[in-house]
Design a protein around this ligand. Structure first.
Ligand SMILES: Cc1ncc(COP(=O)(O)O)c(C=O)c1O
Length: 368
C-alpha cells in the first residue's frame, strides 16, 4: 500500500510553464537562447530593486515582516487606499489560490471566467475539486454578457482577467462597470490585472476606489511583469477590508520573503525603469506588428507585453523556433492550437524573432 493523493489531485493537469533558458541550452546544445515565453520584463529588474535586494540578503537569517508592513503602506499610499485594503502574496498566483481556498469549498460550488484566459484559475479550482464554468469570447475579447449570464446560485467566484492572458485583449471601462453591477453581491469578483500597466489608461477601468467600497470586489496585481521581479514571487490584492482580512487569515505567515519585499519597495520608486519598460514595450509591439503585417501573418492586437500570433500548427512552430534558440509559448493547452504567444523582447530579440519566424514560415508555408 502507498499513500493515495485526493482523486482530483491525481487527475489534475498541471501548469506547463515557459521553458527555462538553461534547460533549452542543455537539451539542444545551444550557446545563445532567448526567452520570449513568460511575459517577463526584457530589461530585467530595476537597478534600484537589485540594490535593495542585495542589501536585504544580508538579513536573511531573520524572518521577513509577516504582513509586508512597509510595502503594504507604500502601496496603499500610492493607490490612495488604506493599508487594510492591501494584501501581499507570493506572486498573484498565491492570491488566486487564496481566493479559491477561502471562498469556494463545496462540491456544488462553481467558479466562472471567460476562456481562453489564465489557465491557473482552472488548475487551482480543479485542485480543490471545484468545477469551473468557462464562457467564451467575442472578437477575441471576454464576452462579459455571456460571463454575467453564466452566474448561478452556485457560483462563488468570477474571475475577469483584464487585459486577458493569453489573448492580449482588454475589456473597457464602461463594459466592466456594467458587468460588475450585474454580478450578484454574494459572488466574489476577482479582477486579475497582471498586465494593467501596459493598457491604455484612457479606456482601462480604474477600479481601485470601488474595490475598497464594494464587499465583493478584489483586484490582483503583480511585480512579475512591468516591475521585472517574476523570480522573487510577489503580487498584491486591493480590495474591501473584509476580503483582505480573509486573504490575510488564509495565507501562510511569511508568505512573501524579505528580499522580494525590499526589491518591490525600491521598484515602486524607480519611475525611470518603469518609463523605459513601457517605451521598450511600445516600440517592440510596433516593430513586431508592422513586420507581421508585412509578412501577411495574422495576429491579435494587444494591450499587453505579449502578442498572440496565428502560425498554424503551434507545436511545430514552437519546436522549430526552439531549435533556433528562441523560446515562445505554443497555445495548445488553451485550445488555441494555431497560435503561439510571444513576449515582446529587447529590440535585438524582436529582430531575431521576426527573422527566424520568417524562415520558419517559409519552410512550413505556415499561417495559410
Ligand atoms: C493573467 C495573469 N495573472 C496572474 C499571473 C501570475 O503572476 P505572478 O507571477 O504574480 O504569480 C500571471 C502570470 O503569468 C498572469 O498572466
Amino acid at each position: 500500500m502507498i499513500p493515495l493523493p485526493k482523486k482530483h489531485i491525481i487527475s489534475l493537469n498541471p501548469y506547463s510553464p515557459g521553458k527555462p533558458i538553461e534547460e533549452v541550452k542543455r537539451e539542444l546544445g545551444l550557446k545563445k537562447v532567448i526567452k520570449m515565453a513568460s511575459n517577463e520584463n526584457p530589461l530585467g529588474p530595476s537597478p534600484l530593486a537589485l540594490k535593495a535586494a542585495y542589501k536585504a540578503l544580508k538579513k536573511v537569517h531573520l524572518y521577513p515582516e509577516s504582513g509586508s508592513y512597509y510595502l503594504c503602506r507604500k502601496l496603499a499610499a500610492s493607490l490612495n487606499v488604506k493599508p487594510e485594503n492591501i494584501c501581499l502574496g507570493n506572486g498573484s498566483n498565491e492570491l488566486i489560490l487564496l481566493a479559491i481556498h477561502s471562498y469556494a469549498s463545496e462540491p456544488e460550488d462553481r467558479i466562472a471566467y471567460g476562456f481562453p484566459s489564465f489557465i491557473i484559475y482552472r488548475i487551482i479550482a480543479h485542485s480543490y475539486g471545484i468545477k469551473t464554468i468557462e464562457t467564451g469570447l467575442r472578437n477575441h475579447r471576454i464576452d462579459l454578457e455571456k460571463l454575467a449570464g453564466s452566474l448561478t446560485e452556485h457560483t462563488k467566484i468570477v474571475f475577469l482577467c483584464n487585459p486577458n492572458n493569453p489573448m492580449g485583449t482588454m475589456n473597457h471601462r464602461n463594459e466592466v462597470a456594467a458587468f460588475i453591477e450585474k454580478v450578484p453581491s454574494n459572488v466574489l469578483t476577482v479582477m486579475d490585472e497582471a498586465y494593467c500597466e501596459y493598457a491604455d489608461k484612457k479606456t482601462f477601468p480604474d477600479l481601485v476606489k470601488i474595490s475598497t467600497e464594494k464587499p465583493n470586489l478584489v483586484i490582483l496585481r503583480t511585480f512579475s511583469k512591468m516591475y521585472g521581479l517574476a523570480g522573487l514571487r510577489i503580487g498584491y490584492a486591493i480590495g474591501h477590508k473584509s476580503i483582505i482580512e480573509t486573504l490575510n487569515k488564509a495565507r501562510q505567515p511569511f508568505n512573501v520573503n524579505s528580499i522580494a519585499q525590499s526589491a518591490a519597495l525600491a521598484a515602486l520608486d524607480d519611475l525611470k525603469h518603469v518609463k523605459r519598460t513601457l517605451e521598450t514595450n511600445a516600440e517592440g509591439i510596433d516593430y513586431i506588428v508592422s513586420n507581421l503585417r508585412r509578412m501577411g501573418v495574422e495576429f491579435i492586437p494587444t494591450s499587453t507585453n505579449f502578442i498572440l500570433i496565428k502560425t498554424g500548427d503551434s507545436k511545430k512552430f514552437f519546436d522549430m523556433l526552439l531549435e533556433k534558440g528562441i523560446i515562445v509559448r505554443p497555445m495548445g493547452s488553451y485550445g488555441l492550437n494555431e497560435y503561439i504567444r510571444v513576449t515582446v523582447g529587447l529590440p535585438s530579440e524582436n529582430r531575431n524573432f521576426i527573422r527566424n519566424l520568417e524562415v520558419v514560415m517559409s519552410l512550413t508555408g505556415g499561417n495559410k
